[in-house]
Design a protein around this ligand. Sequence first.
Ligand code: PMP
Length: 400
Amino acid sequence: MRGLLPDVTGFSYFDNNATTPVSEVAREAWLRATAEHWQNPSSLYRGAGMTRRLLEEARCELADYFDVEEGSVVFTSGATEANNAVMDHAARVGGDGDLVVISAVEHPSVREAAIKSFGYERVRELAVDEMGCVGLSDLQQILAVEQVALVSVMAANNETGVIQPWQQIATLCRKQGVFYHCDAAQWIGKMELQALGECDFVSGSGHKFGGPKGVGFLCLGTTVVEGFQSQVGGPQEGGRRAGTEDYPGVAAMMAALRERQSEWSVESRDLRLQARRAFEKRVGEELAEVALVAQDAERLWNTVMLILPAAGPKNIKWLVRLDRLGFAVSTGSACSAGKGNPSHVMEAMGLDFDQMSRVLRISGGWQTREQDWMALADALGRVWEDLKSGGRTGNGREEF
Ligand code: PMP
């Protein structure tokens, strides 16, 4: 197959918010664990006991990163499952008629789970400003007058990279005695972890930071929530989540997270931020008509959302041309990309349909160097020049 498929794991991969390449340490950890520690951790012989011990060590390590009790970590199949479980739990333990408050830019696994667990009429959505950021005063007002079971606001948005004021929200909710859930799928691995332990629930996903797909976690924070139970059918995960535990998946996810944590520093984050800013500047020079979504907002160091020139074609044509040049980018979140649905995030930020059809999401990774960002900026410039100079196909028809 080599040579037939484009290499999407190299430096031209700019879709890390959809998923990240599995890091070498994660792959090695997975291979080792599947060869040596494949036993069911619930079985009683010594081999299985070792797998159990390693699983519990991984749980301890993860709890340490968040500075919470070890028993607070529940391994799941990813952030979607964790988000669904939080909504189910909050609806179950909350009072009759209690509301759930979410932001207008939450991932569908929070929005749709909120509606499923609470019912449409019990979901309140916090509006965002044109930068895609929720307003604390709106939340304060709701908390002052309504009975709320749970507030759920993500740490950073998957489409725009915009960082939400989640630490202030956690403090506000704690003062009001309301549970706070933070979907941190895009934050973990890219930013510092510890303060997340102050949230009552934190969702994470292994494949967003170099781990394999199909493994993630829910961290129950410093408040160990009594009676938490997601899926039923077995006593695994301390009775909190039934189903045979996937130790190789957990081992690989933890190896990836360990690598991310060992490399994390304020300096490295700032260097990456500088590289992204240099890209944004270069793109502005290459394509004078381009706009940046949430340009002045605090954003993850890896994410840029562009609105391509109005005089040009829709985003998908750019994506195809960039792909041919060896750059993998996205037209939006993977969950809505290619489905033709307008993005609820863009809608909440006030973009019109025409603008939405011209957005490109570019999300670098830990492997992305400044020269890779620059090469992408140059490629965008090349595509634009080509499009402007006719952009004609071989049969002479206009491409847009
Ligand atoms: N939340 C956010 C913010 C995400 O970006 C994603 C992945 N697109 C998810 C949840 C779902 O994660 P998973 O793929 O682990 O189910």
